[in-house]
Design a protein around this ligand. Sequence first.
Ligand code: 5GP
Length: 114
Amino acid sequence: MTLFEKIIAREIPADIIYEDDFCVSFRDINPKAPVHVLIVPKKVIPRVGDAVADDQATLGALLLAAGKIATQLGVNSTDKGFRLAINHGKDAGETVPHMHVHLLAGRELGWPPG
Ligand code: 5GP
């Protein structure tokens, strides 16, 4: 089981803020912004680049969930706003091989990321 599967199964505690048929979202344990949540599919896809056609609904559901979660957190507006990020592999800084979307907000986010 991946670390995130254990969180989804409530075997490891996490601050879960959203759940639907496809995904679970919880606050990152080491936040990089005032708002930093992870949106994690219930179906394990190790990395986004491993996704196959059968994963299309799951991948779409993650982005739909991101919008709902941003609304829930009060950042789904153009004056505030949020960033979504997916890290694939070493150069991107991936540490948990269970693909997930980072939702970052709550401060001005630099571009490009470091
Ligand atoms: P990645 O680096 O793979 O894109 O993102 C993994 C993220 O998971 C990191 O931002 C890290 O802080 C977060 N993380 C790692 N372990 C835990 C944990 O046990 N609980 C929570 N809530 N987040 C975690």
